[in-house]
Design a protein around this ligand. Structure first.
Ligand SMILES: Cc1cc2nc3c(=O)[nH]c(=O)nc-3n(C[C@H](O)[C@H](O)[C@H](O)COP(=O)(O)O)c2cc1C
Length: 384
């Protein structure tokens, strides 16, 4: 059988504009959310975060790092929050600076669940079930053994859903175009999805229809609060980060995605998307809206020499609409320009600097037009 060339869908181009909810994106490259622990201890973003994100405003869309919707959800020290006025003010300075630099932002909302610690949040962590994280967690005084989380009551669940909706309203007030609900990577929503972390016997545990309920309720409440066109959802099918053991991955995600599609969010964002994987292809076919795919670039080693362009193009060819890249954007403020021109990419300098405070390894990655060793002007003579 032969196919007529006219029947072939037009190949998508990474560097062409795209529409996303209320936004016109100048290209199909998305900066993936990345926790960088540069916020103040109370979760307020300081000016250096505005500088960091504005440097990366060439992304089609920036999804700002995991941000806490309530006190108990604070996962790690110095991650940003969005449940107090000071948080909104701090974030507004970030979104204003990014907008002035020509960029657009969504904010990722993350509740850590069992990954939290009393030393970090001042509160005992909560989770679907009292199943502790099997390892140390980060606290302000260094790694500490995880505590056994308190099982969430029906009232905790209702209040947490409302906290996500309020956080989304705050995010819009702070100038974000929308929010991404974090249902990936082993945090609270993912803990509800997986069998090992969710041992409940009520309407939120047991069969898949029950385990997806909390995530669906959060997404619906957030969509009701700010409009579904301003909401994205991040999922990580089969990903074992943070000791996740879903058990029945192949059953969870088709049912979750069908339920989310009924709410009509702006996008679904798949972590470690693999175009060769049957589940990825199934989810792409089932999802009627925009699909953002975050390719597998290899975790421990260096970034690919092409900055991830070939992996991104494979996913576009497999039906993804937008491509999210993490570490390539972390190390390359002008990543879109480098990928478009084939210029070499900066490697991540020191993994230790990913999560530490300050400008080093944060705002000091050079763009091509600002050499790292630019000569300094001579100081003017004193008293002259
Ligand atoms: C420093 C760092 C922080 C991260 N923080 C988050 C986060 O806050 N939320 C999230 O969903 N994923 C987070 N991730 C995962 C990235 O969004 C992305 O999925 C991962 O880095 C793989 O993409 P890459 O190979 O392009 O880096 C983080 C990754 C890194 C390297």
């Amino acid at each position: 059988m032969t196919t007529s060339p006219a029947a072939a869908p037009a190949a998508r181009d990474l560097f062409e504009p795209a529409r996303l909810g209320p936004l016109d994106l100048p290209n199909r490259l998305v900066m993936a959310p990345m926790t960088r622990n540069r916020a103040a201890a109370d979760g307020t973003p300081p000016p250096i975060m505005a500088e960091y994100y504005a440097q990366r405003a060439g992304a089609g869309l920036i999804i700002a790092e995991a941000t806490t919707p309530n006190r108990v959800g604070a996962t790690y020290p110095n991650i940003p929050a969005i449940h107090r006025d000071a948080h909104v003010e701090g974030w507004r300075a970030v979104t204003d600076t990014v907008r002035a630099a020509g960029g657009r932002m969504f904010l990722q909302l993350q509740h850590g669940g069992r990954i939290g610690h009393p030393e970090t949040s001042g509160l005992h962590p909560v989770a679907p079930s009292p199943v502790p994280f099997p390892g140390p967690v980060h606290t302000p005084s260094g790694p500490r053994p995880a505590v056994v989380p308190r099982e969430m009551t029906a009232e905790d669940i209702r209040a947490t859903v409302e906290d996500f909706a309020n956080a989304a309203r705050n995010a819009v007030a702070a100038g974000f175009a929308g929010v991404e609900v974090h249902a990936a990577n082993g945090y609270l929503l993912h803990q509800f999805l997986g069998q090992d972390t969710n041992r409940r016997t009520d309407a939120y545990g047991g069969p898949v229809a029950h385990r997806i309920r909390f995530t669906v309720e959060v997404v619906r409440a957030v969509a009701d609060a700010i409009g579904p066109e301003r909401v994205g959802v991040r999922i990580a099918p089969g990903v074992t980060a943070n000791a996740m053991a879903e058990g029945d991955t192949e059953a969870i995600y088709p049912e979750l995605v069908a339920a989310l599609a009924g709410i009509g969010p702006a996008y679904l964002h798949v972590v470690f998307a693999d175009p060769g994987q049957a589940l990825f292809r199934e989810l792409r076919a089932a999802w009627p809206g925009t699909l953002i795919a975050n390719p597998v670039l290899g975790w421990g080693g260096p970034l690919p020499e092409d900055g991830g362009r070939a992996a991104a193009e494979r996913l576009l060819a497999a039906g993804a609409d937008l491509i999210a890249l993490g570490r390539p954007f972390l190390a390359n403020p002008d990543l879109v320009h480098r990928l478009r021109t084939g210029a070499p990419v900066n490697q991540v300098r020191d993994r230790g600097l990913m999560y530490t405070g300050g400008a080093e390894g944060y705002t000091d990655y050079p763009a091509l037009h600002t050499p790292a060793t630019a000569p300094r002007p001579a100081p003017a003579p004193a008293g002259g």
